[in-house]
Design a protein around this ligand. Sequence first.
Ligand SMILES: NC(=O)C1=CN([C@@H]2O[C@H](COP(=O)(O)OP(=O)(O)OC[C@H]3O[C@@H](n4cnc5c(N)ncnc54)[C@H](O)[C@@H]3O)[C@@H](O)[C@H]2O)C=CC1
Ligand SMILES: CC(C)CC(=O)C(=O)O
Ligand SMILES: [Mg+2]
Length: 367
Amino acid sequence: MSNPSILILPGDGIGPEVMAEVRKVIGWYGEKRDLQFDVSEDLVGGAAYDVHGKPLSDETMAKAQEVDAVLLGAVGGPKYDDLDFSVKPERGLLRLRKEMDLYSNLRPAQCFDALADFSSLKKDIVAGLDIMIVRELTSGVYFGEPRGIFKEGNERVGINTQRYTESEIERAARSAFELAMRRNKKLCSMEKANVMESGILWREVTTRVSADYPEVELSHMYADNGAMQLVRAPKQFDVILTDNLFGDILSDCAAMLTGSLGMLPSASLGAPMANGRPKALYEPVHGSAPDITGQGKANPIACILSFAMALRYSFDQGSEADRLEAAVEQVLADGHRTADLLGEEGVSPISTSEMGDVIVAALDASL
Ligand SMILES: NC(=O)C1=CN([C@@H]2O[C@H](COP(=O)(O)OP(=O)(O)OC[C@H]3O[C@@H](n4cnc5c(N)ncnc54)[C@H](O)[C@@H]3O)[C@@H](O)[C@H]2O)C=CC1
Ligand SMILES: CC(C)CC(=O)C(=O)O
Ligand SMILES: [Mg+2]
């Protein structure tokens, strides 16, 4: 049987820096656990624009459709800010999500004990936090039509459309209920049914789907209250289901509960392929961080934990995913910190590459 295939798309800014550390981890699994992957690499975002004049070539898109999993770093940056909207780096990522039909975006926010002091919230509010945000990823206001900037009389108007079909809501909801069944059987769905018709439909469909999961306790919350509750008492939640836009915002908010945006991984999953594996793309929640690019300051943990999610959700290697997550927890417990996690007296930061090295050393020690 051939090895599982991975397409690496490092992208822009700190994307290539954090991805270099993931490559060390992939190398370790090949060498020490005999887990071999066929790894190829290509361009996305601004890096692809510089070469092809567009943020994702058709050839790269076709490769992404064929592999067992895509690992992506980050896209975007000030160099590309003035480009026409149709070729902006972010459009490359949106095309991957849309054409691979990755409708279920899992964004876990877990507060490691060693980092409980790093959150901007009080320690007892975040210590032990372990929540999972399920964000619908292929529809909603990021994709709805009509969209654009149009002339209306003497001025221009910018239009984006929030649009959800019942089936789009249903499949995202089912993936959240399935996850809730494997966790604490508690699901909170967030929308704005008080002011948006798409929110009313979201609530109706989610309630209907819940009949197939009688063991799961379903609650509904307006997303603005959800944002407030996430910083007031985040441990009241287990699985949160929400749409594309609210999920984007709420997951960045949840990131700070864990200490740094550089900690949050994600898995974007679609329907199963012929081999039974889901279509999948794994990426950190953070962006290309232009303010720290090229300085060795980026925290590679979000990207490394995204590979742990790939081990679990694409490669059926749950115990190896546990091993990698435990290695990350160990290096944090040992006091290793990148610059985004500073604040303790007497601790000096280690670089992106050194963080990758200590995680690999912790993997070695786990054998
Ligand atoms: N999935 C993706 O590729 C995403 C791309 N972006 C793009 O990234 C660019 C910058 O966007 P921003 O709003 O600044 O968001 P960002 O996530 O790149 O950065 C926000 C802040 O968090 C810090 N940060 C982010 N990741 C970090 C890491 N791994 N280690 C240490 N610090 C980290 C940055 O230094 C910055 O201060 C934009 O072009 C944006 O469109 C933004 C979010 C997601
Ligand atoms: C296309 C991305 C830049 C949007 C985003 O911020 C995200 O998906 O987290
Ligand atoms: Mg975002």
